[in-house]
Design a protein around this ligand. Structure first.
Ligand code: AMP
Length: 226
């Protein structure tokens, strides 16, 4: 199973991706995380992507697609994986389908109002060392400005500043329309209302995922040699 998480920055799709990972054993693959790591390690790819990321623009489809192609070849992706932040353009959808066709898939679209999104993102903090994510309102660190896990300082992500957030939301809406339409036409899109506690949202996710897994296993059984 391939689970594709769609939703603007701040819609909680990363948290839901981790919960899916824990319950179903599917690794969450976040292109944003992979790119941020490349930038902080100053790899050739990171240097190429840095300026676009800082401005809230999309990195080129080829760069992102090659990162994903590498990652989904790993053995932990065999029974399934969760894509967070990819595909973001219709061209990326096509590249993904060329990489691996025929895998059953489910696209989950997380929706939330722009006001709530901006307030969530401006209160997000990340650890400079281990990448742990906090939210000053919903999940603050025990000691202000310090990571609970490793004791390093917390910072605001470069692209979580209000003017950049608005640009990211604008870019997201413009690009994702066709992607959503593609999955809707394929009959694999489910819309998840993303307000409430993570566990409440996850119970909605679990329902659609269970239905989708059961459909996929029926198809598998029908196609299996007798
Ligand atoms: P995210 O953490 O998903 O919000 O991604 C942070 C930034 O990484 C985005 O604003 C883009 O610059 C870049 N990025 C992540 N995923 C993609 C993608 N699929 N296509 C292009 N750029 C991406």
């Amino acid at each position: 199973m391939r689970v594709i998480l769609l939703g603007p920055p701040g819609s909680g799709k990363g948290t839901q991706g981790d919960l899916i990972g824990k319950e179903y054993g599917f690794p969450r693959i976040s292109t944003g995380d992979i790119l941020r790591q490349a930038v902080s390690r100053k790899t050739a790819l990171g240097l190429q992507a840095e300026a676009q990321m800082k401005a809230g623009h999309l990195v080129s489809d080829d760069i992102v697609a090659s990162l994903v192609a590498e990652r989904i070849k790993q053995p932990d992706c065999l029974s399934g994986y969760v894509l967070d932040g990819f595909p973001r353009t219709i061209n990326q959808v096509k590249l993904l389908e060329q990489m691996e066709s025929g895998r059953p898939e489910l696209a989950l679209e997380f929706t939330l109002s722009e006001e709530v999104l901006i307030s969530r993102l401006t209160s997000r903090r990340v650890c400079v060392n281990c990448g742990a994510v906090y939210n000053l309102i919903s999940s603050p660190p025990r000691k202000e400005g310090t990571c609970d896990r490793c004791g390093h300082p917390l910072k605001t992500r470069e692209d979580d500043r209000p003017e950049i957030i608005r640009e990211r939301l604008r870019v997201y809406e413009a690009e994702i329309r066709e992607v959503k339409e593609h999955y809707r036409r394929k009959g694999v899109l489910s819309v998840i209302e993303s307000s409430g506690l993570p566990e409440e949202i996850f119970s909605r996710v679990r329902q659609v995922l269970e239905a989708s897994l059961s459909r996929a296993s029926k198809i598998d059984r029908r196609m299996a040699p007798r």
